[in-house]
Write a protein that binds this ligand. Sequence first.
Ligand code: NDP
Length: 480
Amino acid sequence: MKKIANYINGALVEPKSGKYFDNIDPSTGKVYSLIPDSDASDIDEAVEAAHKAFPEWSGMSIEKRSKFIIKLSEGIEKRMDEFVKAESLDNGKPIALAAQVDIPRAVSNFHFFATAIIHFASESHAMEGQGINYTTRKPIGVVGCISPWNLPLYLFSWKIAPALASGNCVIAKPSEVTPYTAYLLSEVAQEIGLPPGVLNIIHGTGPSAGDAIVKHPSIKAISFTGGTQTGAYISRTAGPMFKKLSLELGGKNPNIIFADCDFDDMLSTTIRSSFANQGQICLCGSRIFVERPIYEKFKTAFVEKVSRMKNLAPSDPKSKQGAVVSKGHMEKVLSYIELAKEEGGQILCGGKREVLPAPHNEGYFIQPTVIEGLKYDCRTNQEEIFGPVVTIMPFDTEEEVLMMANSTQYGLSATIWTSNLKRAHRVADQVQAGIVWVNSWLVRDLRTPFGGIKASGVGREGGWEALKFFTEPKNIFIKQ
Ligand code: NDP
């Protein structure tokens, strides 16, 4: 059985405990590799290596550092096929999605921040007759990057790339349920000769390896993406240690559809925004609000299309709906479907686990599910499900839909469908979200700020925001 290794101080090593746990293929329910069960002693070793590497890495010319990060990008690109297969196998996502989105985006993330750092400039503020302020931006030191399982390498690289580009040394932990592409990344880091200690990738559980990162006194900043509860715990733990925190958390995003939208464009995009990656993208629109004049037309067309979506093995190039990530997650999603029924919801399609032919008969497949008849404020419509489950609800006025859209604790993203430009501006302005798409979904420009408000997070990633997070500004005033 393949054993995944930690990557510490430039070497692929076993966890100090010598313990491993199972890595399961979600499409079969079978173990296919073993994950290091790392703990605080592995993190200590990695932090020591990172500290040693920091002076040289942070003092290196930006051009030279940038070249290393471009090589990471190219190293993944060279092994594209292997990364794509690994991501699909580990996560249960359709191989076509990993090939079109996950791995190309990880390649772009490294490339983007490798070049962005060359153009990243600090500010100066002249005070007439008095002097000049100039602000320097220095790397923080050793930083922690903790990422979730839904877009494993994509989100991992979204943190590691700006952290490294701005001169920090990194202790990174991928989710224990999807460690494989992070492991392949450590092989790439070795292949390209990244100086030892600059990047350290430690595998293990959240409460053990993750917690040790959060609590380590020498790790001065934590960039975390994951659930809101975990984010709250990290905040409680790292806050009193005065660590810099970037928290990208959960969502319950509204998809607001007005009667004057381009119906066909809206319909095909809404299929994607509801069910891409089995609904396990933090930006998926899980609450669909439809203006009453087109509610029945939408319902009929949407349900007809969703009913035709089939769960297929993730390795099948035709697959658009794979498996959800784990047995525990499948059970959680199915329990929400039961809750929806108890709350008075009608299942318009899906609603069940799907059993595929062997060898996938024990895989974690859930039929894409559409539910109607629920109140906007019931638990199904307030809590994050993070699976292939959406609710549809009619509305009559802008005020009403904004009230419903803004009623959750979350504020990550929102989608608005209308051909009325004034309304688009008005609703985009008032919807409580950090990211709004009008007549589109998931169009991403890496320069834009990415993140949520309310319980969806603190801080922003992307572009200058990420480079600012991973550097400390110092203002210096010089008298004229
Ligand atoms: P979790 O919060 O369970 O885990 C996220 C990461 O944190 C994992 O690496 C996990 O490790 C680790 N972790 C868990 N407990 C601790 C701890 N006590 N201390 C330190 N680290 C810990 O989230 P999921 O992995 O289940 O991811 C799904 C969530 O992520 C959803 O809520 C989703 O909305 C959110 N998300 C948000 C995004 C955004 O940009 N706002 C983007 C993508 C997802 P392990 O897995 O080993 O337990």
